[in-house]
Write a protein that binds this ligand. Structure first.
Ligand code: NBY
Length: 836
């Protein structure tokens, strides 16, 4: 500690020149106009909404950078232990509105841009989503960064700067999903800071020679070298100056082009190396629950983990501390197995470059990493073919084999002669080809392993990692139930509800948004008729906002005097959108045979679906096609269209979710029990006063524990029954006509051409008629019964609103602030590090 030294020039002159934060509307308009004039090089008279967005964003970015700089300086001075969140996906959505909220400058910018002739809503709407993720896993990472900054934790994210994010989904007139690229960087990205000075060289291929001196070291040389360039994204905290960093890597070729080839007239050859280096970070893989063992994906994973570790190591070494203290200053969270190569990579650095022994290195590694599992579905567990690893990362394969050798020796010692156990636990799965089981490597290389909801963590402990729990002890295998940021998922997406809550709780919103359990203060107000009226009116206006959005984007008119029933998530058999659409058809067929008197008692329902299917997932794409074609029939049928409407909204995104979620009365989370690790949109709907229709799965269970079982609609078989039912399907099949006539009828209606006269849907229907792996025929009747209970409950509007209020009031547990603090305290051992 001591007086800061100014490296050059006059301190007063420096101090006078340093930019502070904008505070007044006047500061803001000056800054925006300055960006119009200089950064955009445009004139006031030719600025449109997009230009105004860009100028406003650049001016907000200036403010973020002031806080970002001070945050990094604070960390440098105090040198706390830091945590790093390694995720191949960060599904950030839009930034401007969130940055304004977190900076506390929303009103000032609103006034400022209005004075310049623009509306803040129109400007916000010009921003493209940063969609560098597939679904829940990527959005969770984004919520955790928000909460890390908001709770002032020294937490950085590391990911890849994909040139193309998740594909844009188009729906053809026949109802097919078509994929188009997502060139999200085309209009520049004001939220990133290129760090052309922060670069690392990353090697692929080549040869690894072990030394013969008994040190266990090796020399890895040759092959291809690719440069990783850092781009920093500022992550502002809510109501704090702490602005953490998300560092995304871009790949570039080591030499822009090969001058020799160029001079020899071989232009194609000259740029070739450049093309293959660029390819690494060109596109996000659009699969959410399968890994295909593709070389480029492996290169993405290594490129990213190696660059991130080199960066972390450089920061650590700047402190001149012994390497043994690495885990006292660094915690690294592995978001699923995608970054597991970080484990052998850190071994390689410590052994080959830092001269540590194997045991010293392994002690450091196993105290540094933490692994979060997000799925127990077998097809989603990552495995890499040994020959591919040997080709791309020869040194890492050697290290993985050594880890496996020492590990299996220890297992053998504890369970002598138990060969089956050794085969089950090995990092290497036998077969043609052999494959490396990344979940096993992540588990044994980490200090803690966790699932993302209580049930899921139990399943991790009792199924996929059972042997490891037995061997290493239960305390390492833990749970952290997911959370969501209430800033984006309540205050930003539902400003009217947020304002009503603030008024009712009579505390400042920056208090309850950071201490979400305070929502419990709403409970007594559920008994107040005026409050219920205000609550219901907001839901109604949110429905109108959604209807207006559908009208303006799709040209369709949605009635708003109906129950809004929403299922929005990736399309997957285990999530059972198929069950939902079959239920819709069942409702349609029932309506068709009702008398006018019966129909008069029916409460109209509007059903919304949205979600993307992996481009190669044939059955999921057929599900979309079925939904779209059922919608055409239902919405066009004069017998039913006043009672039932159905919409598939294309190109689901974070921004679309922000419009859909606040408008929902009921949302569906209906996965086969034991398959949905947690779910996080279930939390978002409930936080916004939408009720939940779901199976006893994932975080649905904990939501019901919090809000009360009387406020959720559960149906379906429970997890322990699933295995038996599947066994029955295989060995004692009962014809579907016998087992579930209502379902059989729906399937037959589809086959008979009610929604198009061809056999196109047969492969989808056959998944149910034959194996029915996801148990639709077992759950259909109780699903229909649950839908009827929802209808009945909705008839009593006052009771429904009470349920809605009580649901929101009891969702405090699911703030991602709670979740990130659990990681910080029980895993990482890091502390809030605020500054003035
Ligand atoms: O992670 C989701 C889970 O399905 C959901 O239940 C949970 O709430 C959420 C957050 O914990 N998993 C998920 O979104 N997974 C992926 O997106 C994903 C992406 C890529 C790959 C696998 C899974 N991959 O192997 O390439």
């Amino acid at each position: 500690a001591g007086k800061e030294q100014w490296p050059r020039g006059e301190e007063e002159v420096w101090r006078a020149g340093i930019r502070g934060l904008d505070k007044t509307v006047d500061d803001i308009t000056k800054s925006v106009v300055n960006h119009v004039q200089t950064s955009l090089a445009r004139q006031a008279y030719n600025i449109d909404d997009l230009g105004a967005y860009q100028a406003a964003a650049l001016s907000v970015r200036d403010n973020l950078l002031v806080n970002w700089n001070e945050t990094q300086l604070n960390y440098t001075k105090k040198n706390p232990k830091r945590a790093y969140y390694l995720s191949l996906e960060f599904l950030m959505g839009r930034t401007l509105d969130n940055a304004l909220l977190n900076l506390g400058l929303k009103d000032e910018y609103k006034d400022g841009v209005q004075k310049l002739g623009f509306s803040i809503e129109d400007i916000l709407d010009k921003e493209r989503d940063a969609a560098l993720g597939n679904g829940g896993l990527g959005r969770l990472a984004a919520c955790y960064l928000d909460s890390g900054s908001s709770t002032e934790l020294p937490l950085w994210g590391y990911g890849l700067r994909y040139k193309y994010g998740i594909f844009q989904q188009l729906i053809s007139p026949e109802g097919n999903q078509l994929e188009a690229p997502d060139p999200w960087l085309d209009n520049q990205n004001p939220w990133e800071l290129p760090r052309l000075d922060v670069t690392y060289e990353i090697r692929f291929y080549g040869r690894s020679e072990r030394s013969h001196d008994g040190s266990g070291r090796a020399v890895w040389a040759g092959g291809q070298e690719v440069v990783a360039v850092a781009y920093d994204v500022m992550i502002p905290g809510y109501g704090t100056k702490t602005t953490n960093n998300l560092r995304l890597w871009e790949s570039r070729s080591k030499r822009g082009f090969d001058l020799n080839s160029f001079n020899a007239g071989n232009y194609e050859g000259a740029v070739e190396s450049s093309n293959s280096a660029d390819a690494i970070t060109s596109v996000l893989y659009p699969n959410d629950h399968t890994s295909f063992g593709k070389e480029l994906r492996l290169k993405q994973q290594y490129f990213w983990t190696a660059a991130s570790l080199a960066d972390i190591m450089r920061r650590f070494k700047n402190q001149n501390k012994p390497l043994a203290q690495f885990p006292d200053f660094v915690a690294i969270q592995l978001n699923d197995t995608h970054p597991t190569l970080a484990i052998p990579e850190l071994m390689r650095i410590l052994i080959d470059e830092e001269d540590l022994t194997w045991d010293q290195a392994w002690t450091i590694v196993t105290n540094t990493f933490f692994y979060t599992n997000h799925t127990v579905l077998p097809e989603a567990l990552e495995k890499w073919p040994v020959p591919l690893l040997e080709h791309v990362l020869p040194r890492h394969l050697q290290i993985i084999y050594d880890i496996n050798l020492f590990f299996l020796q220890a297992v053998e010692k504890k369970y002598p002669g138990d060969r089956e156990r050794l085969a089950r636990m090995s990092l290497i799965e036998e077969g043609q080809p052999k494959q490396v089981r990344m979940a096993h490597l992540a588990a044994i290389g980490s200090r803690k392993v966790n699932g993302v909801a209580e049930l899921h963590s139990d399943l991790v402990r009792t199924t996929i990692l059972k042997d490891f729990v037995e061997f290493e002890g239960l305390s390492k295998y833990s749970n952290v139930t997911n959370g969501i940021t209430p800033r984006r998922w309540l205050d930003q997406c539902n400003p009217e509800l947020s304002a009503l809550i603030t008024k009712t709780l009579a505390v400042d919103k920056n208090v309850w948004l950071k201490d979400l359990k305070l929502l419990k203060g709403l409970i007594p107000h559920a008994e107040d008729a005026d409050f219920r009226k205000a609550w219901a009116a907001i839901k109604q206006r949110n429905k109108e906002r959604l209807a207006a959005h559908v009208q303006s984007t799709l040209g369709l008119t949605v009635r708003t005097d109906a129950m809004f029933d929403v299922q929005i998530k990736r399309i997957h058999e285990y999530k059972r959108q198929t069950l939902n659409i079959l239920g819709v058809i069942h409702r349609y067929l029932t309506l068709k045979v009702m008398t006018p008197e019966e129909k008069a008692k029916v409460n109209p329902r509007v059903v919304f679906f949205a979600g993307k299917a992996a481009p190669a997932y044939y059955i999921a794409k057929l599900t979309i096609r079925l939904i779209v074609n059922v919608a055409k029939v239902i919405n066009g049928d004069p017998d039913t269209k006043d009672y039932l409407q159905l919409y598939f909204l294309p190109d689901y995104s974070v921004s679309l979710a922000e419009v859909l979620i606040p408008a929902s009365d009921i949302s569906q989370h209906i996965s086969t029990a034991g398959t949905e690790a947690s779910g996080t949109s279930n939390m978002k709907f409930c936080l916004n006063g939408g009720l939940l229709l779901g199976t006893v799965d994932g975080a649905n269970i904990e939501i019901a524990e919090e809000v009360g079982e009387s406020n959720v609609f559960f149906f379906g078989h429970l997890t322990p029954a699933v295995e038996d039912l599947r066994y029955q399907h295989l060995y004692h099949p009962v014809p579907i006509e016998e087992k579930c006539p209502a379902l059989a009828n729906v399937l037959n209606q589809i086959s008979s051409g009610l929604f198009g006269n061809d056999d196109i849907y047969e492969p989808l229907l056959n998944t149910i008629r034959q194996n029915d792996y996801y148990l639709l025929s077992d759950d259909f009747d109780s699903y229909i019964a649950a839908l009827a209970m929802v209808d009945e409950a909705y008839q009593d509007k006052e009771e429904w609103i009470k349920k809605s209020i009580n649901t929101t009031a009891n969702m405090g547990k699911f703030s991602s602030d709670r979740a990130i603090l659990e990681y910080a305290e029980s895993f990482w051992n890091i502390e809030p590090t605020p500054f003035k």
